[in-house]
Design a protein around this ligand. Structure first.
Ligand SMILES: NC(=O)c1ccc[n+]([C@@H]2O[C@H](COP(=O)([O-])OP(=O)(O)OC[C@H]3O[C@@H](n4cnc5c(N)ncnc54)[C@H](OP(=O)(O)O)[C@@H]3O)[C@@H](O)[C@H]2O)c1
Length: 146
């Protein structure tokens, strides 16, 4: 539960907690649904290093959430006032953290949003022969209602 009392108003400027991590997880969380308790995602095998978290937010986020992220050492960047502009979202990691390569691991809405802004230059697709009976299944590229 976030503490909302005695929180100073916070300017909506990007916050860099650390900029020399080996790898990062840039996490799109416009509605700030993610309740992080630590600032990194642990490696899941011995060939990987931990990913330091960078949250992508809109300016509608609460001051309390920003205070929480700073307290636990999570960097955050703003991708728009009310809606995300993904061209901005991919430029900031390069400028602020020297991230040259991004692997997009979306569901269909995130994938479709990047495709619409011409931000995908390579596609890796695994086709698996499974029959899915749900008529409302999310496809590889969706048009986001956001
Ligand atoms: N690699 C994979 O195979 C892979 C990866 C991920 C998901 N999936 C599958 O894909 C399906 C859909 O998953 P999903 O809907 O969670 O994935 P998604 O398309 O990645 O969307 C995740 C969240 O990203 C935010 N988002 C996406 N597009 C946005 C936009 N244009 N503007 C602002 N926010 C945007 C929304 O956050 P808010 O809700 O906070 O607004 C949305 O809920 C699921 O069946 C999932 O299992 C597959």
């Amino acid at each position: 539960m976030l503490k909302h009392d005695n929180i100073e108003p916070t300017p909506r400027t990007d916050y860099v907690a650390i900029k020399d991590a080996k790898s990062y997880a840039v996490v799109v969380d416009p509605s700030r649904k993610l309740g992080w308790t630590k600032n990194s995602i642990e490696p899941w095998n011995e060939n990987r290093s931990e990913d330091r978290i960078v949250e992508v937010l809109t300016e509608q986020v609460s001051d309390a959430y920003l205070a929480h992220l700073r307290k636990i050492g999570i960097s955050y960047i703003f991708g728009g006032k009310d809606r995300l502009n993904f061209t901005v979202v991919v430029e900031k990691p390069k400028n602020l953290f020297a991230i040259d390569k991004l692997k997009l691991e979306g569901g269909g809405f995130l994938n479709g949003s990047f495709l619409n802004e011409g931000l995908i230059d390579e596609l890796s697709l695994i086709l698996v022969p499974i029959a899915d009976s749900a008529s409302n299944s999310v496809t590889l590229f969706e048009r986001a209602p956001f």
